[in-house]
Design a protein around this ligand. Structure first.
Ligand SMILES: Cc1ncc(COP(=O)(O)O)c(C=O)c1O
Length: 418
């Protein structure tokens, strides 16, 4: 747990033009959407103004454009450690890609197939799956333990059986912040012959995604939370994706991945732009003293981000924990036993609507927010609708100690003392 040096935080912030604007808002709603890297915006601009033609033709600009989009997919494969870039399916949003996935799974669903969902997930990884009930699938819910706010593995055991076909869960909850033990869950689901679909949207801005090590069979996240544009990626194991139905035209071959799962064109310029995220991580890894290949440099950068984020998160948690009127909805420390959290911190204040807290903080041009964050079932299970949901402060690696201290000082004026 160590904050960046002043040189390091300056190097990081210099990459984000929005953070250079005088009197800019303090961004603490990063789990809603992060700021965008200059390198990403520059690449999108460059693509649109120099190579915006249809792919696949033989003339020079089209071959350039084709190469750029292929190269971008390879860079994203590298970013997530996919074994094969044909496993990388691009799309407009996590929600949209989930609906595409369900459409592709649908013909393989039989009456009585069981699908396990959690009540801690964002609706993107719940609602689409429920559509499979139309084909006879049975939905089972893995409920959060309302005391510990954890998903207990002993509860999962009771839900698993030979009919389990899928388990869909979040890598890290966008409300609780807890990082779930995906590899262990996957081991248990695989043991009964099922597959695991992971929503990594709230995780990917804070840890380097490694799809192969994760244990997941499918993993999805959105780039607008990871310093990029409104665009998303779905990764799946090659053989699994190959077994899914073709969502594209009848003449697109069954083994033409990822094309068969990407109906229409992907967004060329956003794909090309996203390569800038990988380049940023490599550049920061190098600048901060890392060495080795590109993935090692990315990991080095994320290790530094994690230490800095933990420092900021613990500072805010210590303050919130010191107030008897405040209940943190999630882990009260950045590490508890084997469990860790991302710096997405939710809380409620006794006898005060969450909206009141957020509106107070708005006056100081600090962006936080309140609500259910589309984790509607979680908020209902914890009986938090009566507060208007939770107040959520979501930290990114480019936030500073001073920003957290300013937020704390303004919260201090509105929270009952002690
Ligand atoms: C955990 C989580 N999953 C999924 C989504 C949905 O992502 P998208 O807007 O790309 O559909 C969000 C958005 O806030 C989220 O926080």
């Amino acid at each position: 747990m160590q904050a960046f040096s002043s040189k390091e935080i300056s190097a990081v912030r210099a990459e984000f033009p929005a953070l250079q604007i005088p009197n800019q808002c303090i961004f603490l709603d990063n789990a809603g959407g992060s700021q965008v890297l200059k390198r990403v915006a520059d690449r999108i601009h460059d693509y649109l103004l120099s190579s915006s033609v249809q792919l696949g033709a033989t003339y020079a600009t089209s071959t350039t454009a084709s190469a750029r989009v292929t190269e971008a997919r390879q860079a994203i494969a590298e970013l997530i450690n996919a074994a094969d870039d044909r496993e990388v399916v691009m799309g407009g949003s996590t929600t949209g890609l989930m609906f595409q996935l369900i459409q592709a799974i649908l013909p393989n669903v039989h009456a009585g197939d069981e699908i396990i969902l959690t009540n801690t997930d964002h609706e993107a990884n719940i609602g689409a799956w429920k559509r499979l009930q139309q084909a006879g699938a049975v939905i089972k819910i893995w409920q959060v333990n309302p005391e510990t706010l954890q998903l207990d593995l002993s509860d999962l055991e009771k839900l698993l059986n030979a009919n389990t076909k899928w388990l869909a869960m979040t890598y890290a909850s966008n409300v609780l912040g807890t990082i779930n033990p995906i590899a262990e869950v996957a081991r248990r689901v695989h043991a009964v012959g099922g597959c695991v679909c992971v929503d990594a949207v709230a995780y990917a801005p804070h840890r380097l995604v490694d799809v192969q090590a994760s244990g997941a069979d499918v993993l999805v996240f959105s780039f607008y939370k990871v310093f990029g544009p409104h665009y998303a990626v779905l990764w799946g194991r090659f053989e699994l994706l190959r077994s899914l139905a073709n969502l594209n035209h009848f003449f697109i071959a069954e083994d033409n991945l990822p094309y068969k799962l990407q109906p229409g064109n992907v967004n060329f310029e956003l794909s090309y732009g996203c390569q800038g995220i990988a380049d940023y991580l490599v550049a920061i890894g190098e600048q901060f003293g890392g060495s080795g290949k590109r993935r090692q440099l990315m990991q080095y950068a994320f290790d530094k981000f994690e230490a800095h984020e933990n420092y900021l998160a613990q500072r805010l948690l210590d303050f919130l924990n010191s107030k008897s009127s405040v209940r943190v909805i999630g882990m009260r420390q950045v590490h508890e036993g084997d469990a860790s959290r991302v710096p997405t911190i939710s809380f409620i204040v006794e006898n005060t609507p969450s909206e009141t807290i957020v509106k107070h903080i708005d006056q100081f041009s600090i962006g936080i927010r309140f609500g259910d964050f589309y984790a509607r079932h979680l908020i209902e299970a914890l009986d938090l609708e009566k507060h208007g949901g939770v107040v959520r402060v979501s930290i990114a690696h480019y936030n500073t100690v001073e920003e957290i201290d300013l937020l704390i000082s303004h919260l201090n004026t509105i929270l009952p003392s002690a």
